[in-house]
Design a protein. Structure first.
Length: 429
């Protein structure tokens, strides 16, 4: 019997870029220079290297979606086939009649937003590929949550995905991640967490794009290259065509971010073809999957990241706040909620601390200041009056501090004394 575990959001439509403030601008806490040191070597004669143009867009040939993904689009999309030992092992395991678990984690594209029905989104079709190849042997977990980034992802992945011991995982955050420095840290730690899971899952990186080509895939690609992972770029498949005028963005998306059914099907065709190629040559993969031991590309700041709720922490001061079962998301329980001002104080042991909180459009939410050990570290702005909808926002207030017990206080900023806020959870590491 087919089994699916869906971690769906209550939000019907969320923007993919969730913003949070960072407390650092480089790995060493200093200002990033933006420049690179190059060797001072003189070359007497210029050297011209030939480049492969075989997969370049032909501006005279429009994309025909009815004919499917072209070879050029597919070849551009496969940024790296990566080490396939773990992926082959999962296929062999299922082929032998053993149960496997396949999962995805990402934002609203992974959740399935703006596909006409969930069954038409890439995540569901990814599940279909496995179900069709190995009927009855595949369980599926969709850990996509709209409007969320890899910073939240690295804190929630243990409970919402890795607890199911996945054998294969797709990671998709390239339009939700927007900070080239902080999201490099969070994405690296997220990928490493998955690779280090004791079920030895195969990890595939999926890079999506906005209409104007905005995507953090170049940053995410560094992580994929460091660990020799399969990398699939929807961005590289479609954006060159859109830029050349051979494909209309409106044919693959109803807004500037989310794929429609046709866009999701392009992702599906690329992933399925990649999987088919491996499946059809499965016997040629003789390498056995090994435990993950690679050194971190970054400093792995979020190696032990986790979510904490009101069920995990007892507030020393809770004036005007109450604990509610859940205020918005099915995945996040035991929230702290204030409707008209109030103070919240608690102690938590960590080096890094962030808040996951609700932003609302009704004008009833306000700004709350965060103090750590008596020093103001940031302001949570929950007021999204006139915005596109309610959503959960992330904000880091403490980064790379001493790993010790800290006293954290939350109180209304001036002008928000009668406004509320909902804290969906704390992100600590």
């Amino acid at each position: 019997m087919k089994f699916s575990k869906y971690l769906s959001s209550a939000a019907a439509l969320l923007l993919c870029a969730s913003m949070f403030s960072a407390c650092v601008s480089s790995e060493d806490g200093g200002t990033e220079s933006g420049g690179e040191t190059t060797a001072a070597a003189e070359i007497s004669q210029p050297v011209t290297l030939a480049s492969d143009t075989s997969n370049d867009v032909d501006p005279s040939v429009p994309v025909n979606l009815n004919e499917g993904v072209s070879d050029k689009m597919y070849n551009r999309a496969i940024m790296s086939k990566g080490n396939q030992a773990r992926l082959a092992a999962a296929m062999k395991k299922a082929k032998n009649g053993e149960k496997i678990t396949v999962g995805v984690i990402g934002g609203s594209i992974t959740q399935g937003s703006l596909a006409s029905v969930y069954q038409n989104c890439y995540a569901s079709k990814f599940n279909d590929w496995w179900q069709n190849k190995f009927p009855g042997n595949v369980e599926f977990v969709n850990a996509g949550i709209g409007g969320t980034n890899s910073y939240l992802g690295v804190h929630r992945v243990d409970e919402q995905l890795l607890s199911y011991k996945p054998d294969v995982v797709i990671v998709e955050f390239s339009v939700n991640d927007t900070d080239k420095i902080m999201n490099k840290y969070s994405y690296d730690s997220l990928v490493r967490k998955i690779l280090a899971c004791d079920s030895n899952p195969a990890v595939m990186l999926l890079f999506t794009t906005m209409e104007d080509g905005t995507s953090l895939q170049d940053t995410h690609k560094e992580i994929g290259e460091a660990y020799d992972l399969p990398m699939i770029s929807y961005h590289d498949a479609v954006f060159p065509e859109v830029k050349a005028g051979t494909l209309k963005w409106t044919d693959i998306s109803p807004d500037n971010i989310h794929p429609n059914d046709a866009g999701h099907d392009i992702i599906n065709q690329i992933i399925s073809r990649y999987l088919d190629e491996l499946y059809n040559s499965l016997d040629s993969v003789t390498e056995e999957p090994a435990p993950f031991t690679a050194e971190a590309l970054t400093k792995d700041y979020y190696a032990n990241a986790k979510m904490l709720s009101a069920a995990d922490i007892t507030a020393t001061v809770s004036d005007g706040f109450e604990v509610v079962e859940k205020d918005f998301y099915d995945q996040f329980h035991n929230n702290w909620k204030s409707t008209a001002g109030g103070n919240l104080t608690f102690e938590v042991e960590c080096s890094n601390l962030g808040f996951f909180f609700m932003c609302t459009t009704d004008g009833k939410s306000g700004k709350y200041e965060v103090y750590v050990d008596g020093t103001m570290k940031g302001t949570l702005n929950a007021d999204f009056t006139g915005g596109w909808g309610n959503y959960g926002n992330t904000q880091q207030v403490l980064f790379a501090a001493d790993n010790t017990k800290h006293t954290v206080e939350l109180k209304p900023a001036e002008g928000s004394e009668d406004k509320g806020i909902t804290i969906l959870g704390l992100m600590v590491s």
